[in-house]
Every structure is written in structure tokens, then in C-alpha cells.
Design a protein around this ligand. Structure first.
Ligand code: PCA
Length: 206
């Protein structure tokens, strides 16, 4: 059976929750489109996130990796097209208080890697399922970009068939309501439906 690894992140910065972690938890153990889904959490620490992902790759040997992260402020699910070789905390230190500026993810690595997931089909599957989604051309320079780039670098340099990519999600309604702020949000159920549609595409194209 095909295995797909889904990763989400622990909370970071000013936020006490991270919907990507809850989504990875909710998807863990599901069978979608005939594929077995393994959902795991990654630390929001520059030197630890990809090594943690690598351990999950070694343990589960997935055919594809769909990594998830929070993009506060996005009104829809953002399917990332590209990861760049830049590590920059912006104004948000990681959870080990590291604050890299203009560093590479991989010294002397290529400038960028495209996601190898069928990104446009994934967006279409989400919107067909009634879930707001779009293609995004920048995953930023924080941990989300880091893992997108580092996973591709690992697959390319080791000539692995592993497909991988990244999806940013907004907050869920409950998280915004609990904090009492006005960030854009989607229902948790809608985000889970969108990811299920995405995983069906990945299972079909495995
Ligand atoms: N979002 C951040 C890092 C962890 C997360 O969930 C990002 O967009 O890079």
C-alpha cells in the first residue's frame, strides 16, 4: 500500500496553537484513495525540523510527503510551488530563539526547487471540493520554506523517487475566535476536506 507522510508544525512565535499540527494529527492513520496516511509533528527549529522529517522518512518509507504549515493572514489554503535556498527568520525567532538572516538552507545548494506534487491539480481538487485554495509562488523564508527546500534537496541529491511539496493553511475559526482577533480563517472541517482531496490526487498519481 502507498504511504503518504503528512507533517504539521508545533506552535511558534506569538501563537499558542498551530492548525497544521491538528490537521496532521487528524489525518494520521486514515486511508485516502487507497493510500495510508501517516501524520507527524515537526519542531519549529531551523536545525531540527528536517532531521525530524528524515527520521519519519526512514521509519515509514513514504512514496510522497505533504508538509503543512500555518500562514497567518492567508484567507485560503495556499499550495506552494517552490522552495528557495534562503533561511531568514523575518521578525519571528524559531522556537530555539534562533534568528538567521540571509542564510542558505543548504550552503552551495541550488537557488530553488519546485514542489514535485501536481500543484495545479491539487488546487483544482480542493476548489472542486468547495474549499478555497490557490497556487502560491512563495513559501516565505521561515521553517515552511526550509522543509520544502530541504526535502527536495534530499530527494534530488540521493536520486530518490520521493515526491514532496508544501501546503500553507490559515487559522481555523475556533483559533481566531478563542484569541479574539480578526485573522482570516477557514473551518477546520473545510481544511481537512481540502487536504483529503489533495491526498486523493497524490494517491491517484502515485
Ligand atoms: N508556519 C511557519 C513555520 C511553521 C509554521 O507553521 C512558516 O510559514 O514558515
Amino acid at each position: 500500500m502507498t504511504t503518504i507522510l503528512v507533517t504539521g508544525y508545533e506552535p511558534f512565535g506569538e501563537y499558542e496553537t498551530n492548525p497544521s499540527r491538528r490537521l496532521a494529527e487528524a489525518l494520521d492513520g486514515e486511508t485516502i484513495g487507497g493510500a495510508h496516511v501517516v501524520g507527524r509533528e515537526l519542531p519549529v527549529v531551523f536545525d531540527r525540523a528536517f532531521p525530524a522529517l528524515l527520521e519519519h522518512l526512514d521509519e515509514h518509507d513514504p512514496e510522497a510527503v505533504l508538509s503543512l504549515g500555518l500562514m497567518a493572514g492567508t484567507p485560503s489554503i495556499a499550495v506552494e510551488r517552490i522552495g528557495i535556498n534562503v533561511r531568514d527568520h523575518g521578525d519571528v525567532p524559531d522556537n530555539a530563539d534562533q534568528t538567521p538572516v540571509d542564510d542558505p538552507v543548504v550552503p552551495d545548494g541550488p537557488a530553488a526547487y519546485f514542489s514535485t506534487l501536481p500543484v495545479r491539480e491539487v488546487v483544482d481538487a480542493m476548489t472542486d471540493a468547495g474549499v478555497p485554495a490557490r497556487l502560491s509562488n512563495t513559501a516565505g523564508t521561515h521553517l515552511c520554506n526550509d522543509v520544502l527546500y530541504a526535502t527536495r534537496h534530499h530527494a534530488e541529491t540521493n536520486e530518490l523517487a520521493l515526491r514532496s511539496g508544501f501546503v500553507h493553511v490559515p487559522f481555523s475559526h475556533e483559533e481566531v475566535a478563542r484569541r479574539g482577533d480578526h485573522e482570516p480563517s477557514l473551518s477546520f472541517e473545510a481544511m481537512a476536506d481540502g487536504l483529503e482531496a489533495a491526498l486523493s490526487v497524490l494517491a491517484e498519481t502515485a
